[in-house]
Design a protein around this ligand. Sequence first.
Ligand code: NAD
Ligand code: UDP
Length: 313
Amino acid sequence: MTARKKILVTGGAGFVGSHLCDRLVNDGHEVLCVDNFYTGTRNNVIGLMDKAHFEMMHHDVTFPLYVEVDEIYNLACPASPIHYQHDPVQTTRTSVHGAINMLGLAKRTGAKILQASTSEVYGDPEVHPQTEDYLGNVNPIGLRGCYDEGKRCAETLFFDYYRQYGTNIRVARIFNTYGPRMHPDDGRVVSNFIVQALKGQPITVYGNGSQTRSFCYVSDLVGGLVALMDAPDEITGPVNLGNPREMTIRELAEQVIAMTGSKSKLVEKPLPGDDPTQRCPDITRAKTQLGWTPGVMLEDGLKTTIDYFKTTI
Ligand code: NAD
Ligand code: UDP
């Protein structure tokens, strides 16, 4: 039994954040979930509401927060392209001001702080698979810039707080993650394809579907985040967290159709601007430094996710 810690999860009512809250409460910790419900919902944490050691606070991380905690997981930020492009100025503000406020909180309280960064810091990568020392290929003025550059700036702030103030930081670069509680309308590929297949609607493949992604099941990701937080202090990251099984978007569409038994057909739609052509994590660092490796097979994770959407849409 590990000692009970007081842990802040920003963005805790979102997809990943709610699974992280579940895990931390189950591990016996006291969890303060902070969220402004921009994309997250109270429903995602409804199962925790009656737990004595769980607290939900409606708060926007672009404003300062005064609480006493031992650890901070900073996940607050819309993650799907539709959501983060809806109000791009607020997206950058959330990443940058949110990081400054949460790092300020960590500095004052001496808390350890983990940043949920993203594979988007690599942009449309010319190095494949992506290693943490690859500096990326991001268009600062494109449609994804608000998210990509906001997250890059947050990483800069984390490392400057580390060097300048000795703040105890961790940076996780998260690759595409999926699972129950994804928002059915957030436009991300796994939720889109499953919802379309279950409703018998056309499966919208952007471009010709030859672009690749690598999909990690949410429980694996949560395990990686906790392992990084619990790692020795010299391990700051950045550390890639993702599943290195790479596939084309067309292959994913075909797999979803097969697993749902849907009669839906594929239709090609225009490829959105700056859509990365390939993405796959090199997870050597996570394996060697954290002893972490994802264990959930795509087929198993998709089955659980399909079952979830069957009961919710
Ligand atoms: P999500 O949109 O489901 O969750 C984000 C949460 O942050 C939501 O609950 C939202 O309401 C909250 N939020 C947004 N702006 C806020 C603000 N200003 N103040 C307080 N709360 C705010 O997304 P997710 O998939 O759960 O992603 C969680 C984190 O992981 C994000 O930081 C995202 O960038 C990162 N990430 C996720 C993925 C993925 O595939 N899911 C990949 C890379 C990185
Ligand atoms: N995509 C698609 N059809 C959809 C939604 C997404 O073909 O209905 C593609 C999208 O163009 C991208 C990939 O799937 O190439 C992953 O998109 P997602 O929005 O899930 O994540 P990201 O692009 O941020 O990796």
